[in-house]
Each structure stands twice: as structure tokens, then as C-alpha cells.
Design a protein around this ligand. Structure first.
Ligand code: BV8
Length: 257
């Protein structure tokens, strides 16, 4: 049995499927993957390592530069459309629900494309770029779909504060409710899929290992090798926008969803 068929059989047998997605699932929507995010920014960012840019210290040190980077990415996310990979994951959620099962989508992405594609059970492990919050009051706001007017951006809630993106920076805690939902999903799923992630950022990548340790069937969808490629049960090598729709067709053929 080839890998795609084996994955389709595992999905048709599953009642609970957890899916961890990373930047790769949005690559075909034109959003650069995290580690290459700077390439889309041109020379201005060539000497900047995103892992140092995505930190509270970087924001404290140079709020203008960090705000510009995030606002540029926010506008890209707002303009982006879900690709066939996002849409297939939304279809998978509906298929499982049609037979009393469930899909829990744990995303590291901050672009809200899974929601745009129709996925409803989405856990944003690293927050989102679409909403921002006041550094002093913590109050949230959804900036209008146009470039910020001032860099850094004064908070509308307290003139002494600034607006920052609602993302989880390196060195910041993930939201407790998101971690609890992810831990629960990893502890109770029949199948755990890792799609479009380099599986290098923790604690998100740790959920794959937790599911593996419990004996869930693990599936990776990625065109490249990653630290988990030789550990998962089934490796589907290819872009999510091609593999996921084919996987869904195979699963539906096997189960008549
Ligand atoms: C924390 C939001 C503690 C911001 C991001 C062990 C345990 C806990 C923490 C750590 C640990 N070890 C190290 C740490 C620290 C750190 C960490 O993991 N560092 C890494 C670099 C080693 N973790 C943290 O700091 C976390 N916080 O632990 O806090 C704490 C506890 C108590 C109190 C205070 C603090 C916070 C981590 C979250 C950081 N925020 N994003 C923003 O977006 O700017 S991380 C960001 O990078 C993304 O969200 C994502 O998670 C990560 C990048 O990973 P990927 O999504 O996988 O993307 P990448 O580009 O790497 O890979 C893309 C993949 O797609 C590739 O494999 C490629 O082959 C594939 N691909 C390409 N095209 C396609 C494709 N796949 C499918 N289809 C395609 N078409």
C-alpha cells in the first residue's frame, strides 16, 4: 500500500484528528515561510534574523522597525487567499463532523487563512497578526485593512502606550488555553498530522512527539525533510496544496464520507 493510501485509510478510521500546521501551508497563498519571510522585504531586512526580530526585546529596542515589519506582513495576510491545502483541511473537518468525529487544527500561523478557508476548530498557538493590542492596557483592536499611519503606532486606548501585534514572540508564553487545547488534542487524537512545518519551534513541535509517544498514527506533509520525517508513521512528500486535496479524495473514496 503506498503512503497516500495508508494515510487515507488512517483518516477514514479516525474519530479525532489533530493537525499541526506551519508556514508551509500558507506558502502557496504567497505568504513567505517564516525563515524566508525577510526575503520578501527586500534589502531593508537583509541583515536581520527574523528570530531576533520576533522578540519583545527587538520591539523595545526598535519599535518603528518591528512595527513596519509586522504591518507589512499583516497587509500581506489580509490580501492573501486560502489555497487548496487550507480548503482541503476545512473539508476534512466537515467530513469528520459528518460522521461524529472531529478535527482540531493547531496552527503556528498568524495569517488566519485557515479561518478564511472555513475551518472552525482552529487553535492559534502563536496568536495572530490581524489583531493588535495596547502595550499598556492590553486592550485589543483590529486595525483597518490599510497601512498603519504612524510607526511605531500610538495606542488608541492610552497615549502613553503603543500598538503591538497579537502574536507570541520568541521568549513569550503561548496562550494557556491554546496550550491546554493542544495538549488535549495530542493526548486524545487517533491521527496527528504535521503539515508545512519545519518542526523546530517549541513547545508547538513538542505536540507531535507527545502524540507519537502515545501511539497515535503520525503523518507528515512537507516537500522537504524535517527532524520528524524519519520518525512519523507516514511521510507524504510534496506541497500541501497538492497532497492534501489528493489525500481527501482518497479518504472519501475509501469511506464514502
Ligand atoms: C516559549 C509568531 C517560554 C511571531 C512565532 C523548548 C521548549 C520551549 C521553548 C523553547 C524550547 N527550545 C527553544 C525554545 C525557545 C523558542 C524556540 O522554540 N526557539 C526555536 C528557534 C529553537 N520558543 C519560544 O520562545 C516560545 N515561547 O517557549 O516561552 C516561556 C515560558 C514561560 C514564561 C515565559 C516564556 C514561543 C515560540 C513562538 C514564536 N513565534 N511566530 C511571528 O510570526 O512573527 S514562531 C514562527 O516560527 C512561526 O509561528 C512558526 O512557529 C515558526 C516557524 O516554523 P514553521 O511554521 O515550521 O515555518 P518554517 O519556515 O520554519 O518552515 C516551513 C516548512 O514548510 C518547511 O519545512 C518547508 O519545507 C515547508 N514547506 C514549504 N513550502 C511548503 C511546505 N510545506 C507544505 N507545502 C508547501 N507548499
Amino acid at each position: 500500500m503506498d503512503a497516500l493510501h495508508a494515510a487515507a485509510v488512517a483518516i477514514t478510521k479516525a474519530r479525532r484528528i489533530a493537525v499541526l500546521t506551519g508556514a508551509g501551508v500558507s506558502a502557496e497563498s504567497g505568504i513567505p515561510t517564516f525563515r524566508s519571510a525577510l526575503a520578501s522585504m527586500g534589502a531593508l531586512w537583509k541583515d536581520f534574523d527574523p528570530a531576533t526580530l520576533a522578540t519583545p526585546e527587538a520591539f523595545a529596542r526598535d519599535p518603528e522597525r518591528v512595527t513596519r515589519w509586522y504591518d507589512h506582513r499583516r497587509l500581506g495576510c489580509l490580501a492573501a487567499l486560502p489555497n487548496p491545502g487550507h480548503l482541503a483541511l476545512a473539508d476534512l473537518e466537515r467530513d469528520l463532523e459528518s460522521r461524529g468525529g472531529e478535527v482540531i487544527l493547531l496552527t503556528q500561523n498568524v495569517d488566519r487563512l485557515h479561518q478564511k478557508a472555513g475551518s472552525r476548530r482552529v487553535v492559534e498557538l502563536h496568536g495572530t497578526l490581524i489583531t493588535w493590542r495596547c502595550t499598556l492596557t492590553g486592550r485589543h483592536t483590529t486595525p483597518e485593512p490599510a497601512p498603519m499611519r504612524e510607526f511605531p503606532t500610538p495606542s488608541p486606548f492610552d497615549p502613553r502606550g503603543l500598538l503591538r501585534p497579537n502574536v507570541v514572540w520568541f521568549g513569550e508564553r503561548l496562550p494557556d488555553d491554546a496550550v491546554a487545547a493542544a495538549e488535549n488534542a495530542a493526548a486524545s487524537c487517533d491521527v496527528f498530522m504535521a503539515v508545512g512545518t519545519s518542526s523546530q519551534v517549541y513547545p508547538a513541535a513538542g505536540f507531535i512527539h507527545a502524540a507519537m509517544a502515545r501511539g497515535a498514527v503520525t503523518i507528515e506533509v512537507n516537500p522537504e525533510k524535517t527532524p520528524i520525517s524519519d520518525l512519523v508513521d507516514i511521510r507524504l512528500q510534496g506541497p500541501g496544496g497538492e497532497v492534501l486535496p489528493r489525500l481527501l479524495v482518497a479518504a472519501r473514496a475509501g469511506k464514502g464520507f
